[in-house]
Write a protein that binds this ligand. Structure first.
Ligand SMILES: [Zn+2]
Length: 379
């Protein structure tokens, strides 16, 4: 076993303690007060890691963000870690999915996605600080609280910090088998709004413009934009319309979820959805993008380099991708080398059986510490 792996194995207990403390502090994205309790806790932890600065960035609608920096005046291109401490699990989930350890697995809401990933980064940095082995370049860690709602408040900051970075490391979960993510689909949310004209369904149906019938025709056209073979999905996920049982509906509204593998597919879809034309005379149709994450396209050489480093330290990694997005999508789309899925192994993210494979904590800490030690300069 490599020396690093051995050292992190001896720290497994401490890592589990930190994970437990984080999971005990429930932190669904929209509950600022609850999330801030965890932010207070993380801020205190970060302050023990000899950072040059730990800056708390106050937020109005979500929990505060934390930005820690080491070696801020060192030469060389920075490394940036992206971690989020919000979860999708409502407050009170601890009663229906209590923390438990079983068969080498740690169960609990938000454990895998991605409180364990946060534990892993903190442990890797702690160890290198203690060993005086941090690479001679700036290292940034941004801990956000709005990733699970699409990062509306942190997106700009993430992009700002990523400019000029040598590497961005995202500790979202790996799969059970330890597959890191070299590609992720991009995605977007649109709101489709149809306006017709109301009229009495009994007295003057001919005077109305039925927004639901217009919607139905648009829905079929939108559905034809699906191209599942090439990874493009366009799904109408929520629909509402009409006002009363005897009124020709004046309005219909729908939500559309899109997922794509490439920037090109994203542009084409955006073009198509932005140019929907009414089918019925007098109807109005608009389709507005509310937010989106560009796809993380596979970048040749990145995985190979990380895998070779892992191998030297007794950690074998595999590569894969996913339809789900992360903050890594933003930085990859800027052309900044981004490694994602460096977090814990496990299963059940966002589900009742969410759990972390405990063994993977020291293993992934080893991988991250080794990458920090050996990545060097641009490929
Ligand atoms: Zn996540």
């Amino acid at each position: 076993m490599s020396e690093l792996l051995q050292m992190f194995r001896s720290r497994q207990h401490e890592m589990l303690d930190l994970l437990r403390a984080m999971v005990e502090r429930e932190s669904i994205s929209r509950d600022k007060a609850k999330v801030d309790v965890l932010v207070d806790f993380m801020e205190a932890r970060l302050n023990k890691l000899s950072a040059d600065a730990v800056v708390r960035l106050p937020q109005d609608e979500v929990g505060d963000f934390l930005h820690a920096t080491w070696n801020s005046s060192a030469p060389g291109k920075p490394y940036l870690f992206l971690a989020h401490i919000d979860t999708v699990h409502p407050v009170g989930s601890l009663t229906t999915m209590p923390i438990k350890i079983e068969d080498g697995r740690f169960f609990g809401p938000g454990s895998l996605d991605m409180k364990a990933g946060t534990v892993i980064v903190l442990e890797a940095i702690r160890a290198l600080v203690e060993r005086k082995q941090l690479p001679n370049r700036p290292i940034h860690l941004l801990m956000t609280t709005d990733e699970e709602i699409g990062s509306p408040h942190s997106e700009a900051l993430i992009k700002e910090l990523a400019v000029g970075c040598e590497l961005v490391l995202v500790t979202e979960p790996a799969t059970q088998e330890g597959t890191i993510k070299t590609w992720r689909k991009g995605g977007g949310k649109y709101e489709l709004l149809i306006e017709g004209r109301a009229s009495h369904a009994g007295i003057a149906p001919h005077e109305g413009i039925n927004a639901i019938i217009e919607f139905a025709q648009q829905a079929l056209e939108i559905n034809r934009l699906n191209d599942l073979k090439y990874g493009t999905s366009v799904s109408i996920t929520v629909v509402e319309g009409g006002s009363a049982g005897n009124v020709i509906p004046a309005q219909a509204r729908a939500h559309i979820d899109i997922r794509v593998l490439t920037m090109e597919a994203m542009r084409n879809l955006h073009e198509a959805l932005s140019n929907l034309h009414p089918k019925m005379p007098g109807a109005k149709v608009s389709c507005i993008r509310q937010h989106h994450r560009p796809p993380m396209e596979r970048r040749p050489g990145l995985f190979e380099k990380a895998a070779a480093i892992g191998e030297r330290h007794g950690v074998t990694i595999y590569e894969g991708g996913t339809g789900g997005g992360s903050d890594g999508n933003f930085t990859a789309a800027m052309g900044i080398p981004t490694l994602d899925g460096l977090g814990a192994h496990g299963d059940g993210a966002h589900a009742l059986h969410e759990h972390v494979i405990i063994d993977s904590l020291p293993r992934q800490a080893t991988l991250i510490a080794a990458i920090l030690l050996e990545w060097g300069d641009s490929m």
